[in-house]
Design a protein around this ligand. Structure first.
Ligand code: SF4
Length: 512
């Protein structure tokens, strides 16, 4: 036996033992009715061809590995950004187990969220009783200050009316009459996690602002959007506002709850935008969103209250950070301090130091529309070429904006964006028009193995590398982090490519 009680080994080696190898071979032969290896190889090769790519891009009724998640995931992301708020998803338990595990695997933190546990009877008769019991249990067991409600597919398919259900639950005493229960319908079969974030945040903001009179002040609201780097990014943004001396309110600040200390105390809630600040944010002079496509409805609603709105596209790099800081400066009337000019200079210096290694490299990127835009713009700033940029949850407007970005630089020549496409489309792109590197989330590791394109993990989720979410990608410091991640992979690949003694190692250099 490969393993016994004296020698317990991990799964890496366990399944390489002879008895397991034999078992897998028998399974393949006797149960799986597998095709011969040569046939599999022949088909695999064909799927790398231009002929297959054309068929792949012609498909209409099938999605394979979409680079997106469903709406309620985004709603939960927004909800945990508020003080002592419990996200409550009206629907089935399994969905909520998925959201919790998805966030816990990315942030390596417990993620609290409850469901109304709808089952077959609720699917037939409606989930009103689940809402009444669920709100009562959540209120009494988890002592929240606010419960933010969203929905899964099941509740939306049967057409449950959240507003009516919540009123009914209040009338039955599930929560006190004046307890905050903002809500948003988040049908998972349309849009994606960024639509869910948008719907939920609009639901929370309008819950506090609707019908209230606005008394403008000089503060600026800031919205980060759905962002895998929220812990590092929001801290960096707060620092930038502080260095600028500008009063601000972060709306949906989840940077604390996903980075709680290990000091013996479990914090179901930590940090977050206070409910008082959320209410008072109506009076701000302006709201800046870091992600246009992730906050469309929220920003539209905020604009209608009389505030100025500015939406950026996940700004990464020198020009994008310049724009962000200049907008804060313009709105607040405060000059950008010398300390930030110095940080900018350091980033420009770092780019110049490494330019020879990154200039002219070809990249493929996939992810959320704003992140793709921000990364493509930064690559072009570095003299690299974002040849394929794919966003499953990008639309026609995003496509047009990407094209305008490509057209603005010689490094965008021949680059193309792909809205609404999935990772199986990306596989065809990488096989037919290869690039040097792929940028995307953890799921890209299968594309890396399949196509041989080295993966740089930037996006959400990143499950198989730890702690990247603690680093910002916004601000000059954030761009420095992204630059280092890109360069680390470039140098790793360079080393791999030059490692054979007496054959290729004339370039296996200590100095790069
Ligand atoms: S797609 Fe629907 S069933 Fe699947 S996790 Fe999302 S809400 Fe649940």
């Amino acid at each position: 036996m490969t393993q016994n009680v004296e020698n317990v080994i991990d799964h890496f080696n366990l399944f390489r033992g002879p008895e397991y190898i034999e078992m897998f071979e028998n399974k393949r032969k006797n149960f799986e009715n597998a095709h011969p290896d040569e046939k599999i190889e022949e088909v695999r090769e064909w799927t790398k061809s231009w002929e297959y790519r054309e068929k792949n891009f012609a498909r209409e009724a099938l999605t394979v590995n979409p680079a997106k998640a469903c709406q309620p995931l985004g709603a939960v992301f927004a909800a945990v950004g508020f003080e002592q708020t419990m996200p409550f998803v009206h629907g089935s338990q399994g969905c909520v187990a998925y959201y919790r595990s998805h966030f816990s695997r990315h942030f390596k933190e417990p993620s609290s969220c409850v469901s109304s546990s709808m089952t077959e009877d609720a699917a037939v008769f409606g989930g009103l009783n689940n809402m009444i019991d669920g709100l009562a249990n959540t209120y009494s067991m988890y002592k929240p200050k606010m419960i933010a409600v969203s929905t899964t597919c099941m509740a939306e398919v049967i057409g449950d009316d959240l507003n009516g259900f919540i009123q009914n639950a209040r009338a039955k005493g599930s929560v006190p009459e004046d307890f905050d229960v903002p809500f948003a319908h988040t049908p998972a079969f349309v849009g994606s996690h960024i639509t869910g974030y948008d719907n939920a945040l609009k639901g929370i903001v309008s819950h506090f602002w609707e019908g209230k009179e606005r008394t403008p002040n000089e503060k600026i609201n800031f919205i980060g959007g759905f962002d895998g780097y929220t812990v590092g990014n929001l801290r960096e943004v707060k620092r930038l506002f502080e260095v600028m001396g500008v009063e601000h309110t972060i709306l949906a600040d989840n940077s604390e709850v996903w980075d709680t200390p290990a000091d013996g105390e479990f914090r179901m809630y930590d940090g977050g935008t206070t409910l008082d600040d959320a209410k008072a944010a109506l009076n701000a002079k302006a709201t800046i969103s870091m992600q246009e496509y992730c906050t469309e409805k929220t920003m539209d609603y905020i604009g209608k209250t009389g505030q100025e709105t500015v939406a950026l596209n996940h700004p990464v790099g020198v020009a994008a950070t310049d724009k962000f800081l200049m907008e804060i400066s313009r709105i607040s009337g405060k000059a950008i301090p010398a300390a930030l000019t110095k940080e900018r200079g350091r980033l420009v210096d770092a780019i110049a130091d490494s330019s020879a290694h990154i200039h002219g490299k070809k990249f493929a990127i996939y992810g959320d529309p704003d992140l793709c835009y921000g990364l493509a713009a930064f690559l072009m700033e570095l003299g690299a070429e974002p040849v394929h940029v794919l966003s499953t949850n990008g639309g026609k407007d995003w496509d047009a904006k990407m094209q305008a970005l490509f057209d603005s630089s010689p490094f965008g020549k021949g680059c193309k964006s792909y809205a609404g496409k999935d990772l199986w489309h990306m596989r065809s792109l990488l096989n037919t028009e290869p690039v040097d590197f792929l940028i995307g989330n953890t799921y890209g590791k299968y594309l890396e193995r399949d196509t041989g394109t080295p993966l740089i993990r930037i996006g959400f989720p990143v499950f198989d590398r730890h702690h990247h979410h603690r680093y910002p990608v916004w601000g000059y410091q954030g761009a420095m982090n992204v630059l280092v991640w890109l360069l680390d992979k470039i140098f790793d690949e360079m080393d791999k490519n030059t490692i054979i003694p007496a054959k290729t190692d004339y370039s296996y250099d200590i100095i790069r």
